[in-house]
Write a protein that binds this ligand. Structure first.
Ligand SMILES: Cc1cc2nc3c(=O)[nH]c(=O)nc-3n(C[C@H](O)[C@H](O)[C@H](O)COP(=O)(O)OP(=O)(O)OC[C@H]3O[C@@H](n4cnc5c(N)ncnc54)[C@H](O)[C@@H]3O)c2cc1C
Length: 495
């Protein structure tokens, strides 16, 4: 049977897939198919419905610049509002006909004789001239590699696959992990569980969050006052820019990290009463080695009599609970795995087997050499293939700026291919090398080269120690995404 053909196939209907489709539509690329293994749009906001799920940067930044809402209920919107925002984007920009759900891409191979991607999915074969990966950095749940994980007789669930039929009221609950998701879910679980035990490997930096409801009058103002939404976005972007890209990538020049660490330690001291617990919650690595968190009740939760912080290493998961290396048995009814996602793992970037020119497998290439790309968007040897989130593409500011910048880069490259009537476009190896040299040259000034990062157990670090963030300000990223030399790509045509 002949494969179904589309001009563009996008993997992922999260905000990256939606935003890129909107950008392509505006540029006149109409034959776009977006496939996703979820049953609806929104990506992480479709999958993550655990109690307490919310954005951890202000909502004024976590939205498209061309569709700024005036009706966020809080300064940091809950996950359900982001899911609703995704559905709004589908309706507003007429995307429904482009979307195909419950469809997983399993492999893709570049056919050099036809300049086409041949794509296998769980629901049949596709071909595409251009393929765009928008499969997300945090979409593949990571389960802990702990002995006995399959033997637990109670209910166990990963936070990104929350089972709402499970009532935690009066149950003995264990949470493994203290990362960004755990920070949100732990206070909510503590409220209803009979007892909560939190298994911590590495404490997280936690700062207070300016999270408050936006009253009706405030929303009216955002709606009616000219420039109010743009101004709130500008202030919010400046805050986000300072709290991550500036502090992390320009750590060698901007001595802000120590000040923020001091503020975070003072905050910890005001929140946690017991000195031993406070000490256990005190990070021993520089702020920024690992994603810091903002939350107003996480630390306080450890003052509760019905919450235990366990720092002994887990020896095994047993049918009845968890045994730590000191021999203590922790009996549990429910086990919650707040263990995050596969980010730079071989089977997560991309999330399917991808073979480019000469049959080279992208994941294996990156695994054997190192993560590399051109502006996080393209890779030499992989023609007609683009990624919204690729190595050295994201600078850690709002993900929405990444989407808009990557989409601008992709659309610019595809427009040029269209202008030249080219059926193939591929980034030149020397352009990619020059980009990577520039990125690696900035590394010594990033916080990630701080020696204490070794204690952080951070998913930012690939297995060889590389941290594939884009060491740049958002302004630089925006400029370069729209002004890269078009000759950094080579163009060709079949027949
Ligand atoms: C709980 C949580 C909170 C977050 N909060 C923030 C925040 O406040 N600020 C911020 O900047 N970032 C935040 N993030 C990071 C988040 O990943 C990005 O902000 C953004 O939502 C990613 O969008 P995306 O479209 O690239 O990927 P996703 O939203 O992950 O969507 C990708 C989609 O592709 C699908 N997919 C992947 N592989 C395949 C395949 N092979 N076949 C078919 N479908 C596939 C996935 O199932 C998923 O539905 C958060 C992440 C999580 C998990």
């Amino acid at each position: 049977m002949e494969a179904e053909h589309h001009d563009v196939v996008i993997v992922g209907a999260g905000f990256a897939g939606l935003g890129t489709t909107i950008a392509l539509q505006k540029a006149g690329f109409d034959d776009v198919l977006v496939v996703d293994d979820a049953s609806g749009p929104g990506g992480v906001w479709h999958w993550n419905t655990y109690p307490g799920v919310a954005v951890d940067i202000p909502s004024f930044s976590y939205q498209f610049s061309f569709d700024q809402r005036a009706d966020w209920s809080r300064t940091y919107a809950p996950g359900s509002e982001l899911k609703a925002y995704a559905e709004h984007c589908v309706a507003e920009y007429g995307l429904a006909d482009h979307l195909r759900f419950d469809t997983r891409v399993t492999s893709a191979t570049f056919d050099e004789s036809a300049d086409l991607w041949r794509i296998s999915t769980s629901r049949g074969e596709l071909t595409a001239r251009w393929m765009i990966h928008a499969g997300g950095p945090l979409s593949q749940p990571k389960l802990p590699d702990i002995e006995g994980i399959d033997t637990f007789a109670g209910v166990s669930m990963h936070t990104s696959r929350w089972d709402h039929t499970v009532d935690l009221t009066g149950k003995r609950v264990g949470v493994i992990g203290t990362g960004a998701t755990a920070v949100q879910v732990i206070p909510e679980v503590a409220r209803v569980a009979q007892h909560l035990t939190v298994f911590q490997r590495t404490p997280i930096w936690c700062l207070p969050k300016a999270d408050f409801p936006i009253p009706g009058l405030g929303r009216l103002g955002l709606h009616a006052i000219p420039g109010a939404r743009s101004l709130s976005r500008l202030v919010s972007q400046a805050f986000v820019e300072f709290t991550f890209p500036v502090l992390a990538h320009f750590h060698g020049y901007v001595p802000g990290t120590a000040l923020v660490e001091k503020a975070a330690r003072t905050y910890l001291a005001t929140q946690v009463k017991d000195p031993a617990t406070r000490d256990a919650l005190n990070p021993r690595y520089a702020l920024g080695c690992k994603r810091p968190s903002f939350h107003n009740s996480y630390l306080k939760t450890f003052n509760r009599d019905d919450v235990t912080l366990e720092t002994a290493t887990i020896a095994a998961i047993t049918p009845t609970g968890i045994r730590t290396v000191d021999g203590t048995e922790h009996p549990l009814d429910v086990l919650i795995l707040a263990t995050g996602f596969k980010v730079t793992d071989k089977d997560a970037l991309p999330t399917y087997d991808l073979k480019g020119r000469d049959g080279v497998n992208l994941a294996e290439l990156w695994d054997q050499t190192r993560l590399e790309s051109y502006q996080g968007v393209s890779a030499a040897g992989f023609p007609n293939y683009f990624t919204v989130f690729g190595p050295y593409g994201f600078n850690g500011a709002s993900y929405f700026t990444l989407i808009e910048n990557s989409a601008a880069h992709i659309v610019r490259a595809l427009r040029e291919a269209r202008r030249r009537n080219a059926s193939r476009i591929e980034v030149k190896a020397d352009a990619q090398d020059a980009y990577m040299t520039g990125m690696l040259r900035r590394r010594p000034n990033q916080v990630f080269s701080h020696p204490t990062c070794a204690n952080s157990n951070s998913y930012y670090f690939a297995k060889n120690g590389d941290v594939p963030f884009r060491a740049a300000t958002t302004i630089e990223v925006a400029w370069k995404s729209r002004r890269f030399p078009l000759d950094d790509y080579q163009y060709a045509s079949v027949g």
